[in-house]
Design a protein. Structure first.
Lengths: 545, 314, 76
């Protein structure tokens, strides 16, 4: 009947969104509002994949059961510990720790197993077949292909963080499976995240507070801003990015000719990589504004996923400001556990003795960092280009950390100032360039094409090829509007960086100015948005991960 | 609370007015393709002088490939127009019909049945209505060609299509003849509820304007079947309109070697002539044909006919 | 407590560890520095810091760190 390809789908905007909010506002009782949110979320999920609903239900069931089991063990431990002399406590604790670990491993394996089979089976079988080909064996396995349930990469992370936190004793397990299901399936977050934590979000979600006028307007304003980013920038840039990365067709007489990126000089390929980076940022952060704005209306505390990443001085800082909830997930559940494991700890201690306090920790850190980035690459998708993308950033962060130590010593000795504006601007620019290069590999359909495109930028930056209007996919007016909107984003970012967002500033103005301001934003979106006849909106870029 | 509701209402009213105003600016000032009108051929009916079109054809690409107004003119002197667009959905059919009724009062409205089965999304229905009310949504992309004149000039829709909405193709690609209308006598393809509701709305609009709605299926091996025939037949009876199925065996002598331009999907010119001749017979039965050839007010039709003849002879 | 402050100052002499209360939230300490710090703490105070304890609440200020250390010593 209805499928929603994104939150910017007209069916979602004119139907689902108004109805879900309006009914929520009318419902007089808290538990009705809860049920309504849950119904909306399940319906949204059902529209996407019908039977695939069973996977999120299973995931929730495992999470529920695993949490309760871990909780029970914890209670038994607490009971066993009372009245026990201190010497024996340690042994009892160890015994329970082992059991808890086993339970945790079992449920994590279930959660991860569903994700692995549905998302990665095809990739591994493919590579296995390739490997068997090397040994010229005739055996081949059938490459499985599954439909992915919407948001599986996101909600699986949420389920796992819940189980880890219960295991660590940070959370008391929840007995109410409805509460868990809402946390897993809440429709504003299901498509592209953010990846929430139980301790941040679950309570406010289940509270299903009444909509207040203030939250309604603030939420709507944020949604509007998200729409501007997505519909004006991301959708408008799409033909250009699509043409360069995916190739384009031209009718010549009766023949359909196909051209790929080699039809462009290197500088256009570089421009396309930059355009894709901007598009990705506009799409992803725009969707986050949408999700968080909607969450704000429902009174839900959703974690921020972006913090103006293009003001970062280094790659390592970039990753603390871009897709934040994924980064913190990996930090808490991969980085620290790996670096605190006995062998890595030993390595760190030894390295510090040899290399000193500054370089020493890098050794152990590097091992943990490597684990993080392998997982990060894989999380984005089963493909060598994603793994390369992960390794690229791993290398940059590691080099950055080493260079940082060197630079600190250098400035201590020479008095060179690293925090004056020109140097900072240079570092920001350099970081952005490195990010763009990484995104080129991220967007390229294959790793091989990524390398070829990269090669083209460095060896054939300028050629005598002419790029036709059809090859550009966009005209200079499109480019102009994208430029203007990007400049507005920059200004908004600078204001936020100063600690006071645009919404706060506007809300202090007299009513006439306020209305005029928001009218201007709506009109800007309506007129310059790339929608309607002749435009194809981009699919949510992170929904497929 | 009251204060908030009030300010929200005021804000929304202001916004609606603003969008309407923007619509006036962005609306193409002439109904030619160059001026930026979408689906210019179908919208050409807006340029026909008031109350001069006797018959209207609606539908998707099957319709603009099969009904030839200039052939009807040549044979009978009666006027007609094809308001059809590719992949048309019923809510858009409805919108085009309503637009046509603002200046025309056709006696007969033919609806090509293929649109009845095209899936319609509730969201699309709502936003088509929104687009209809606020033309800035449909024509916003004209910001690229906007000039000062758009602020001052009033709209003047006087362009019309010489072919009157029909699209002339010379291609012929034969189809392998199959018994596509065979099959279970009682099978009936279900028409989605939303489509039914839209069709009833369309029938009501016709009734309000004193026009007779007729449902017709032009021959198409790719698109039609016994089950669809039965489904539409039942619906036509339910709302009390005539249904002609030209796919039904024995209705029309279609030669699938020459009468299709793309292997059984659309009609070729020779196929279209056969369909149009059939339509003329039915209109004659209904006494819905008026001969305007001697009327000097219809001189432009003679001129358009001459131009079409010359162009298609090439 | 003084021992802890010495450790911290050695890591980064420019930070006012006595008063700073958002070491993690404001990204003053990055994850690699935390690793070095934990190794120091384990050596100096003879405790083991499990990964579970590495949360912003435990590392945002010198005071919070010290409380954590005391708790770990207690649990031994």
């Amino acid at each position: 009947m209805i499928t929603f390809s994104s939150y910017f789908d007209t069916a979602f905007l004119v139907l689902f969104l108004p109805v879900s909010v309006a009914v929520y506002m009318i419902l007089p009782r808290q538990n009705l509002r809860r049920v309504w949110l849950l119904l909306c979320s399940l319906f949204f999920f059902w529209c996407d994949g019908k039977g695939l609903l069973v996977f999120i239900l299973l995931s929730t069931l495992f999470m529920h059961h695993g949490g309760l089991w871990l909780g029970k063990l914890q209670n038994e431990l607490d009971a066993a510990l009372t009245d026990l002399p201190k010497e024996e406590k340690k042994a009892v604790r160890e015994r329970f720790k082992k059991r808890k670990r086993l339970v945790l491993a079992f449920f994590i394996a279930l959660e991860l197993g569903m994700l692995a089979v549905l998302k990665y089976a095809g990739f591994f079988v493919n590579n296995l077949n390739g490997l068997m080909g090397l040994f010229s064996s005739g055996t081949r396995f059938i490459v499985p292909h599954f439909l992915l349930p919407m948001g599986i990469s996101f909600y699986t992370m949420q389920a796992m963080s819940y189980l880890f936190d219960v295991y660590r004793g940070k959370l008391a397990p929840d007995t109410n499976i409805g509460r868990l299901l809402l946390y897993m399936s809440f429709f504003p977050n299901i498509m592209e995240g953010p990846i929430c934590r139980w301790s941040d979000t679950a309570e406010s979600l289940w509270n299903a507070e009444r909509v207040t006028y203030e939250r309604l307007t603030r939420g709507a304003q944020r949604i509007l801003w998200g729409m501007v980013k997505k519909i004006v920038i991301a959708d408008r840039l799409n033909p250009f990015v699509q043409n360069v990365f995916g190739g384009y067709d031209v009718m010549e007489g009766a023949d359909l000719l196909h051209f790929d990126f080699t039809a462009y000089p290197g500088w256009v390929v570089a421009l396309a990589a930059a355009a894709f980076t901007l598009q990705l940022y506009a799409e992803f952060s725009g969707t986050m504004d949408f999700a968080l704005g909607l969450g704000e209306i429902f009174g839900v505390h959703t974690p921020e996923n972006f913090q103006r990443p293009f003001f970062s001085l280094s790659i390592s800082e970039f990753w603390k400001r871009w897709h934040i909830t994924l980064g913190t997930w990996f930090r808490d559940y991969v980085f620290y556990p790996v670096s605190m494991s006995a062998p890595v700890k030993k390595l760190t201690t030894r390295a510090r003795k040899k290399l000193g306090n500054r370089f020493g920790p890098l050794a152990g850190g590097a091992v943990a960092l490597f684990a993080v980035w392998i997982f990060n690459g894989l999380w984005h998708g089963a493909g060598w280009n994603y793994i390369f993308f992960g390794m690229y950033h791993f290398t940059l962060i590691l080099l950055g950390n080493i260079a940082d130590v060197v630079m600190i010593r250098f400035s201590e000795k020479t008095g060179f100032k690293r925090d004056i504006l020109p140097v900072k601007l240079f570092r920001i620019f350099r970081t952005a360039l490195l990010v763009v290069l990484g995104e080129l590999f991220f967007r390229a359909p294959t790793l091989r094409q990524g390398f070829s495109m990269c090669g083209r930028i460095f060896t054939q930056f300028i050629t005598n090829q002419t790029v036709s209007r059809a090859a550009w996919g966009v005209d200079w007016k499109d480019a102009f509007i994208v430029g203007v909107t990007a400049a507005i984003m920059l200004v908004v970012g600078l204001l936020q960086e100063k600690g006071k967002g645009i919404r706060e500033r506007v809300s202090e103005k007299p009513v006439v100015l306020r209305y005029l301001f928001w009218y201007a934003v709506v009109l800007f979106l309506v007129v310059f948005g790339a929608y309607g006849a002749g435009y194809i909106p981009v699919d949510p870029m992170y929904a497929e991960f | 609370m009251k204060k908030h509701v009030l300010s929200a209402v005021i804000f929304m009213i202001g916004l609606a007015l603003l969008l309407l105003l923007a619509g006036l600016v962005f609306m193409p000032k002439s109904n030619t393709k160059e001026a930026g009108i979408i689906d210019a051929a179908a919208n050409g009916i807006l340029g026909e002088p008031e109350n001069t079109v006797d018959t209207l054809f609606l539908g998707d690409s099957l319709a603009y490939s099969a009904f030839i107004p200039m052939h009807i003119w040549e044979e009978t002197g009666s006027t007609s127009y094809v308001c059809s667009t590719g992949e048309q959905q019923l809510q858009y059919t409805s919108e085009l019909l309503k637009k046509a009724f603002t200046h025309q009062s056709p006696k007969t409205v033919f609806l090509e049945a293929n649109v009845i089965y095209r899936k319609v999304n509730l969201g699309t229905v709502i936003y088509t209505k929104l687009y209809d009310a606020f033309s800035v949504f449909r024509y916003h992309d004209r910001w690229k060609d906007l000039s000062v004149q758009d602020l001052t000039r009033r709209k003047n829709y006087s362009w019309t299509d010489d072919e009157k909405g029909f699209r002339y193709f010379t291609d012929v690609r034969a189809a392998e003849e199959t018994d596509y209308m065979a099959g279970d006598e009682y099978a009936s393809a279900e028409i989605p509820d939303l489509n039914k509701a839209l069709l009833k709305e369309l029938a009501d609009t016709c009734a309000e304007h004193g026009a007779e709605l007729v449902i017709i299926s032009v021959p198409s091996m790719k698109n039609w079947s016994r089950a669809k025939h039965n489904g539409v037949r039942a619906l036509a009876e339910e709302i009390g309109v005539d249904y002609y199925d030209l796919n039904a065996p024995g209705t029309l002598m279609i030669d699938w070697q020459t009468d299709t331009r793309d292997k059984g999907d659309h009609m070729s010119y020779s196929g279209a002539v056969k369909v149009t001749d059939y339509v003329i017979e039915r209109l004659a039965e209904k006494q819905a044909l008026t001969d305007h050839r001697a009327d000097p007010a219809y001189a432009p039709w003679h001129e358009a006919f001459a131009r079409v003849k010359a162009k298609n002879a090439q | 407590m003084d021992e802890l402050l010495d450790l911290l100052r050695e890591l980064d002499p420019e930070v006012d560890f006595e008063n700073e209360e958002a070491l993690i939230d404001d990204r003053i300490l990055d994850s690699l520095t935390i690793l070095a710090l934990i190794a120091d703490i384990e050596e100096t105070f003879d405790v083991t810091v499990p990964a579970v304890e590495i949360v912003p609440a435990n590392f945002n200020s010198a005071k919070a760190m010290y409380e954590m250390i005391e708790r770990l010593q207690e649990e031994g």
